[in-house]
Design a protein around this ligand. Structure first.
Ligand code: SF4
Length: 176
């Protein structure tokens, strides 16, 4: 048995290459879908259902966190007008990573990480600087080893839905 690691998962497509890499490196991933930032709720469920396809493919199960969008809105209050990659996104990472750290602690899992680093649109150093403020965070840069391209390839082969906005209503507004 590999080393258990709780994996905060942002969406199915990003989970593909991350899971593949973790398994190849001897980890036993415990998937945690905790993304109260996603709006609307139907989109949250759609992304969760796509993660279930990936989890099934790798023979894993998924722990689903509640969709506490009001709490997330409180956490980013005052930053609604920020552009993507600004302060709001750092607060958003913090919100989700705090929940992942708490879940890992609750389950007695010593380490946790996040699939957020797969995306070439997200800064891994920024994610690491927040993650390392929580005990047990492992700085794994999933975009390394061609992770981003690998996630696109795997997502296509599994027929996954690939969203065209980051997740919150503000990123949806900016896309429009
Ligand atoms: S744009 Fe993405 S990372 Fe930034 S706050 Fe919205 S959901 Fe979070």
């Amino acid at each position: 048995m590999g080393k258990r690691i709780l994996v905060h998962v942002c969406c199915g497509p990003c989970s593909t290459a991350s899971i593949e890499r973790l398994v190849s490196e001897g980890y036993e991933p415990v998937l945690f879908f905790s993304d109260s930032n996603i709006f609307p709720y139907e989109e949250f469920m759609k992304r969760y259902e796509n993660l279930l396809i990936v989890a099934h493919h790798y023979g894993l199960s998924v722990i689903l966190d509640e969709w506490d969008h009001d709490a997330w809105l409180d956490a980013v209050k005052g930053h609604e007008a920020d552009r993507e990659h600004g302060e709001r996104c750092l607060l958003c990472f913090r919100f989700n990573l705090a929940r992942a750290a708490e879940k890992a602690r609750e389950l007695g899992i010593d380490s946790f990480t996040t699939t957020l680093t797969v995306s070439r649109f997200k800064s891994s150093p920024a994610i690491f600087s927040i993650g390392e403020q929580f005990p047990g965070f492992e700085k794994i840069d999933f975009k390394k080893k061609d992770g981003f391209n690998r996630s696109i390839l795997l997502s296509k082969s599994l027929g996954l839905y690939r969203q065209d906005y980051c997740g919150c209503e503000f990123s949806l507004r900016d896309r429009k």
